[in-house]
Design a protein around this ligand. Structure first.
Ligand code: HEC
Length: 213
């Protein structure tokens, strides 16, 4: 629904970062003349871009249903990088400039991955209670699969590591699959203890069925 606004935000952030990185590059490599020229040349566009970037950012923040940790960290990091960048450019202070570049790039990574460590937790926003009205066995199963099965069967089911068969070509029925997942076989471990909560085996079996080509 706010995709237009979101695209505008991402575009303005990207443009802002490009201008900013060029400036940081000139400053850090002692190219003061080029820095002066470039700053003069980008002055007006930069003002417009930063305004759009901040305005769309503020608007989007007011629209999110739940403010998550990564978003708070992203905002704090972006805000912290601004005074550093100003000191960096105005006082030609390399350490401040390098620190602000680092902070902005980190914020960009956080925003892209929605994670402080750039990794998506498998169970983020996944409803795991089969009784819940918003329960989706496929999503639950995908998360279980990512955590437990990917290391042998791979993301798409056909990695074949440690002698694992290609799940996209499995001829087994739902029940047979559920059985092998529950009891394990040869190298494949048994999951009856690990996936003992209601619906877990069924959910991951549902996901495995969806891998079939
Ligand atoms: C340590 C590696 C490993 C892990 C982890 C693993 N598997 Fe397996 N999987 C195998 C191997 C090896 C086989 C073949 C077993 C045999 O037939 O001897 C297999 C067989 C299967 C089969 C039967 C496919 C067929 O048609 O023969 C299914 C379904 C399956 N795995 C699903 C899963 C699911 C779901 C998970 C996670 C909950 C999982 N596996 C985790 C190695 C693994």
């Amino acid at each position: 629904m706010h995709t237009g606004m979101l695209h505008t935000h991402v575009l303005s952030v990207t443009l802002f970062l490009i201008i900013y990185l060029v400036k940081a590059y000139y400053l850090l490599t002692d190219r003061k003349k080029e820095l002066g020229k470039f700053s003069k040349w980008t002055k007006i566009p930069e003002m417009v871009i930063s305004f759009i970037f901040l305005a769309t950012g503020v608007y989007l923040t007011t629209q999110v249903e739940k403010i998550e940790t990564w978003l708070i960290v992203k905002i704090i990091v972006v805000l912290a990088s601004i005074p550093l960048a100003i000191v960096g450019i105005k006082k030609e202070n390399k350490a401040a400039m390098a620190a602000s570049v680092g902070l902005l790039l980190y914020a960009f990574g956080v925003a892209e991955s929605k994670s402080l460590t750039f990794t998506k937790p498998a169970f983020e926003n996944v409803v795991t209670d089969p009784q819940s009205p918003s329960y989706d066995a496929m999503k639950h199963g995908a998360a279980i699969y990512q955590v437990n099965c990917e290391r042998c069967h791979g993301v798409d089911g056909n990695a074949g590591l440690q002698g694992a068969p290609d799940l996209t070509k499995s001829q087994m029925s739902f029940e047979q699959k559920a059985m092998i997942i529950t009891l394990g076989k040869s190298v494949m471990p048994s999951y009856q203890n690990m996936l003992s909560k209601p619906g877990e085996i069924a959910a991951v079996t549902t996901f495995v069925e969806s891998l079939k080509k």
